[in-house]
Design a protein around this ligand. Structure first.
Ligand SMILES: Cc1cc2nc3c(=O)[nH]c(=O)nc-3n(C[C@H](O)[C@H](O)[C@H](O)COP(=O)(O)OP(=O)(O)OC[C@H]3O[C@@H](n4cnc5c(N)ncnc54)[C@H](O)[C@@H]3O)c2cc1C
Length: 441
């Protein structure tokens, strides 16, 4: 159960020469869990849940809490404290962890420690009003109901303000009141932060004020031609249409007449949509088929011969950049980026000679490669009790036991090799038959 995350580790930290030259390096370095936005890693009394070692430490701590709570000389208050497990953060990781912890305690440890099982309490703390905010509302509601039914103490609108080695202080956002609760174990799962080695690199390349490395749409670190970054340590800085609007206009206006005709525009349309994917998203949102429709709509003109000048062009595209979003820090993104970069590197020489990317808007010729495009394949939220919620492309929502089987299939199919696939599946079988491993190794 706790080794769940390992199968998602897609690419390790690699620095190796590319394309035969000495200078190119590729960086894929994950980042620690951290209190979002702050430089704090996590309070020292809490356990992070990022690496395999963290998972082992969590399991060991859970077992130790049970072992200590089972000692005969303890009073009930001390037992309650030891068996109070707190999870901070109601995102997908915190929710999955709380659900799995609940199953572990309810299905396995309660049988081994029957006399103290009634002292067990799991608290899930979330600062906003709901858990799983990024999912469809139906999934959020189902998860919250399920947790209540399972007896998980779900506290939304609750911010952790302090953690000492004895208790955790929680502020109720609505009333402003602060309460303290003793605990046996806290797992911190509120977001990710940068590793020191990345902070150093970012300072060196003039990105010292950022949380993650900024790359261009080809995953090249900004300000460098030879460093590439992918996965959790990087974010793509998609260029805005409005930043380049004058250059886009100039590129399309082949006869330098100062106005754009539909024909002129159609010739560069494909390149522009590829270079600025937010444009396609915007058109889809507005239920338009092409940019020409947008220009026509903005001019209120329906003639084929519509012509626009730079000001009209600017006003037609002024809202396009509003739909730009950063990609999530997930394995799905990291693995697609890995495949993309591997393809680019393998074809470096070929594409140098025959560039296949879109037209360079601010320069001459074409880009060597197509820019990276993320394809969202959906998202799962395992909720424990052999139930999972899934939000699949097209906003298709599926919740329940059958979705858990879908999760098993996807999870197994995404393993990097037949060896890991066999290990993971045999782990599941072992758990089905004998229960979870409760040794403190
Ligand atoms: C508990 C948990 C559950 C998750 N569940 C999901 C999920 O269900 N679906 C999903 O899509 N994503 C999930 N994620 C997110 C996913 O794991 C990450 O987005 C993904 O692993 C990022 O890949 P990466 O290669 O960038 O980083 P990592 O997978 O973190 O790999 C980075 C590697 O670099 C190594 N490293 C770091 N610094 C150095 C250094 N200085 N020298 C050498 N090596 C170094 C690290 O040890 C690590 O092995 C989860 C994350 C967590 C923490």
């Amino acid at each position: 159960m706790f080794l769940l995350h390992t199968s998602f580790i897609t690419v390790g930290f690699i620095i190796f020469p590319l394309c035969g030259c000495d200078g190119c390096v590729l960086i894929s370095c994950g980042i620690f869990l951290l209190l979002s936005g702050l430089i704090l890693m996590f309070p020292s009394a809490c356990l992070p849940s990022q690496e395999v070692e963290d998972a082992q430490k969590i399991r060991k701590t859970v077992i130790e809490c049970f072992e200590k709570a089972d000692l005969p000389n303890l009073d009930d208050e001390a037992r309650k404290k030891l068996l109070h497990f707190v999870v901070v953060g109601g995102g997908p990781t915190g929710v999955e962890f709380a659900a799995q912890l609940h199953d572990f305690l309810a299905e396995d440890l309660s049988k081994l420690y029957p006399t103290i099982k009634d002292f067990v309490k799991i608290t899930l703390l979330e600062g906003t009003d709901h858990i799983l905010n990024m999912f469809d509302k139906r999934i959020t509601a189902f998860a919250e109901d399920k947790f209540k039914r399972d007896g998980i103490n779900l506290r939304t609108g609750s911010m952790v303000v302090n953690v000492s080695d004895k208790d955790i202080s929680i502020k109720d956002i609505k009333s402003g009141s602060i309460s303290s609760e003793p605990y046996g174990m806290i797992v911190w799962s509120t977001g990710i932060g940068t590793r020191p080695v990345m902070i150093d690199l970012m300072k060196q390349i003039g990105q010292g004020n950022r949380r993650v490395l900024a790359t261009d749409e080809w995953l090249r670190v900004e300000g460098s031609d030879t460093i590439y970054a992918l996965g959790d340590c990087a974010t793509i800085n998609q260029r805005k249409v409005m930043e380049d609007i004058a250059d886009i206009f100039k590129k399309a206006d082949k006869d330098n007449s100062g106005t754009l005709t539909v024909k002129e525009f159609q010739e560069v349309l494909k390149d522009i949509c590829e270079r600025y994917p937010q444009l396609e998203l915007y058109l889809k949102n507005k239920q338009m088929h092409s940019l020409v429709d947008l220009l026509k709509a903005s001019k209120g003109d329906i003639k084929e011969s519509v012509e626009v000048d730079i000001e009209e062009f600017k006003s037609a595209l002024s809202q396009v950049d509003m739909l730009m979003k950063n990609l999530p820090a997930t394995a799905q993104v990291a693995s697609q980026q890995g495949v993309y970069l591997a393809n680019c590197f393998n074809r470096m020489e070929e594409c140098q000679k025959n560039p296949e990317g879109p037209l360079r808007i601010r320069g001459e010729g074409r880009h060597r490669f197509h820019p990276f495009r993320y394809r969202h394949l959906g998202q799962f939220a395992p909720l424990g009790g052999e139930q999972t919620a899934a939000q699949l492309p097209g906003d298709w929502v599926s919740i329940g036991h059958s979705t858990q089987w879908l999760w098993y299939s996807v999870y197994a199919s995404k393993q990097v090799s037949w060896r890991t696939r066999a290990l993971v599946v045999s782990d599941w079988l072992r758990r089905f038959i004998f229960g979870r491993d409760s040794s403190s190794l």
